[in-house]
Ligand binder design. Structure first.
Ligand code: NAD
Length: 357
């Protein structure tokens, strides 16, 4: 049997814990990649994996991704991730969530969990009955717009809006997005928010969603065009903004692009590591996804630090941190231009330096 720490996805993770709780049927893996900058923070995924190895791979890769993302967001948090291995029936019980909460609590704050695919806000509220080390909990409605936390979507959208403006300035030399043509893939929480912010500045929008009614309604509200889901990536535009699926930037996707800039919030946009270099070879400026989409994580982390550490939790603190995203991107692009190394690799190297690797 091969030791799992010789697997390619194992990257000197500080801790990889198997959690088994036969009474509730819970099987989970908690992976802490790095706690160099603070507790390992990252969501919990509930998923039926074809084989346990795939669950381990997810825990290892996603926790490393969280180390990089939190570091580049300037947060005092490391990287962690948990996966709960669902059965084929995907049954999730209160007893399982309680046992999972106990496992998080036993780590004594080294791991801070949150929602991820397959875990709802209600599930996280249940986990929080057993441990305080949960971020992204719903905030009290009475706190209104002056609190960090709550739905991360609008904060993610705001960060991407700042990032697109920075890209337009850097690549096109324009100080405003007025008249700049942005093609947006996905008009959900993030893409819809980005579209509204850009529309206020007079950008020209082409919107697309597999829910075509959704894209159409938003285009009518904002005065934009609609493109079919299979046409949005080849739309001739200034900025292509992916805000739906990951892994869209593969050979075929990159060949179809007709734009000088790719800047959007979808996670893991590059299908494989070498696709960043392919974008650069085509002269396309790429905003590394985990840098430009950090607005949501900034907001939920500020809520956690406020609740558990007494840090300031007013919205201005979140806004201040969001406003740092453009500067970080500009630093990455400038380094990429001077070194000839693609922007995704430059970002990874900066993150590795921040976490002492
Ligand atoms: P969402 O579910 O609110 O919206 C996604 C939208 O994309 C939906 O309207 C869906 O119909 C559409 N869609 C799906 N497949 C599509 C396709 N092939 N073409 C066009 N549209 C398609 O999700 P969201 O919260 O807006 O997240 C969007 C992306 O941003 C995801 O990749 C997510 O992982 C990432 N992200 C979100 C946040 C956040 O705070 N919500 C933070 C970081 C990253």
């Amino acid at each position: 049997m091969t030791a799992f720490w010789t697997e390619p996805d194992y990257d000197d993770h500080e801790l990889v814990q198997l959690v088994r709780h036969p009474e509730s049927g819970l099987t989970a893996i908690i992976a802490l990649h790095s706690t160099h900058l603070g507790p390992g923070a990252g969501g919990t995924r509930f998923w039926h994996y074809a084989e346990p190895k795939a669950a381990m791979r997810d825990a290892l890769r996603l926790s490393r991704g969280m180390s990089y993302k939190n570091a580049m967001a300037g947060l005092p948090m490391g990287g962690g991730k948990a996966v709960i291995l669902a059965g084929a029936d995907k049954r999730k019980t209160p007893e399982m969530l309680a046992a999972f909460g106990d496992a998080v609590e036993a780590l004594n704050g080294r791991y801070v969990t949150a929602e991820d695919v397959g875990i709802s806000e209600d599930d996280m509220v249940a986990v929080s009955q057993r441990t305080a080390h949960v971020s992204g909990l719903p905030v009290d409605g009475s706190a209104g717009d002056n609190m960090a936390g709550g739905d991360p979507g609008p904060f993610t959208a705001m960060g991407i809006y700042h990032g697109i403006k920075a890209a337009v300035r850097y690549k096109l030399g324009k100080d405003s997005v007025k008249g700049v043509h942005v093609a947006i893939q996905g008009t959900g929480s993030v893409g819809g928010g980005v579209a509204k912010l850009l529309a206020q500045d007079g950008a020209k929008l082409t919107l697309s969603d597999i829910d075509e009614g959704r894209a159409k309604a938003l285009a009518e509200e904002l005065g934009g065009e609609v493109a079919a889901p299979d046409a949005i990536m080849s739309t001739s535009c200034d900025v292509f903004s992916p805000n739906a699926l990951g892994a869209i930037l593969d050979e075929e996707g990159i060949a179809r692009l007709d734009c000088p800039i790719v800047a959007g919030g979808a996670n893991n946009q590059l299908a494989r590591a070498h696709h960043g270099a392919q974008l650069a070879e085509r002269g396309i400026l790429y905003a590394p996804d985990y840098v430009i989409n950090a607005g949501g994580i900034i907001s939920v982390t500020m809520e956690y630090l406020c609740r558990c550490h007494g840090d300031p939790c007013d919205i201005n603190e979140v806004r201040k941190r969001l406003a740092l995203i453009p500067g970080r991107l500009e630093e990455i692009w400038a380094e990429s231009d001077s070194s000839g190394v693609s922007s995704d690799v430059v970002a990874d190297r900066m993150a590795q330096k921040l976490i002492g690797r």
